[in-house]
Design a protein around this ligand. Sequence first.
Ligand SMILES: NC(=O)c1ccc[n+]([C@@H]2O[C@H](COP(=O)([O-])OP(=O)(O)OC[C@H]3O[C@@H](n4cnc5c(N)ncnc54)[C@H](OP(=O)(O)O)[C@@H]3O)[C@@H](O)[C@H]2O)c1
Length: 246
Amino acid sequence: LTGTRTALVTGGSGGIGRALAAAAARAGWTVFLGYRSNRQAAETAAASLRGSAGAIVPLSIPLDDAAGIDRALQRVADENADLEAVVLGASPAPAVASFLKSPPEAFRAQLEVNVVGNHRLLAGVWKRFFRPRSGGHVIAVSTTALGPPPTPHLASYTTAKAALLALLQAALAELGRAGLRVSVVSAGFTETAMLDAFPAALLEMARSRLPERRFLSSDEVASCLLGVLEAPPPAGQLAHHLVDRS
Ligand SMILES: NC(=O)c1ccc[n+]([C@@H]2O[C@H](COP(=O)([O-])OP(=O)(O)OC[C@H]3O[C@@H](n4cnc5c(N)ncnc54)[C@H](OP(=O)(O)O)[C@@H]3O)[C@@H](O)[C@H]2O)c1
């Protein structure tokens, strides 16, 4: 894999991750496409992009399993990849619940992936890939639900995404001078399987407030992410991007 621009995309088996991987592979990137349970989606994406300028390599990377994260990074190293970017796209679907009824398991599940797993991933990526090449680019897929003010009934999800931002700022404070670059892309509602977690009536009401009564498509978010992937901010800086239809 030497000679191609290489990125790792977590949540690559999801709607936005797959669309980004396809766009990036067409633009010549080699993409390690991270999945947890949906291996089939990752393999189908890889097969459909065969023959494009770049490539997709399916990669099991369960972000709630420290040993699984380490194994995934070993696999990337075994391919002699010169990883220059990581896109943090994995997230459990939100638990849609009132603040008073939000279950503790929902907070644990979100924080386990968005904070604990991403911390282990980024520390490993820094040591194995970014430090030897004097830097690298981390892109987080975040949400306009963070507000301010945050969208109601998503406390565990928005809390975890806010914590992810704090995690990246902490990484930048220590590693920015050594070459870390961070981008955060905040997306509005996007038509993916994640929306299955929401009551249909709530989604219909949200769509009705938008031009053409539609949410973003995965391809629209992917196009923004690819632009960000190809134009990182200067070392030590955090760039915030918004992709929304409202
Ligand atoms: N859809 C929206 O409206 C929207 C809006 C703003 C931001 N976002 C953000 O965009 C990103 C992608 O979301 P999406 O809409 O594409 O959702 P999606 O289709 O539901 O995909 C979610 C992805 O996260 C992965 N994942 C979940 N738990 C994981 C774990 N424990 N370890 C590793 N991977 C895990 C899933 O992998 P498997 O399926 O293989 O298990 C899947 O690839 C997320 O960070 C989400 O918060 C979404």
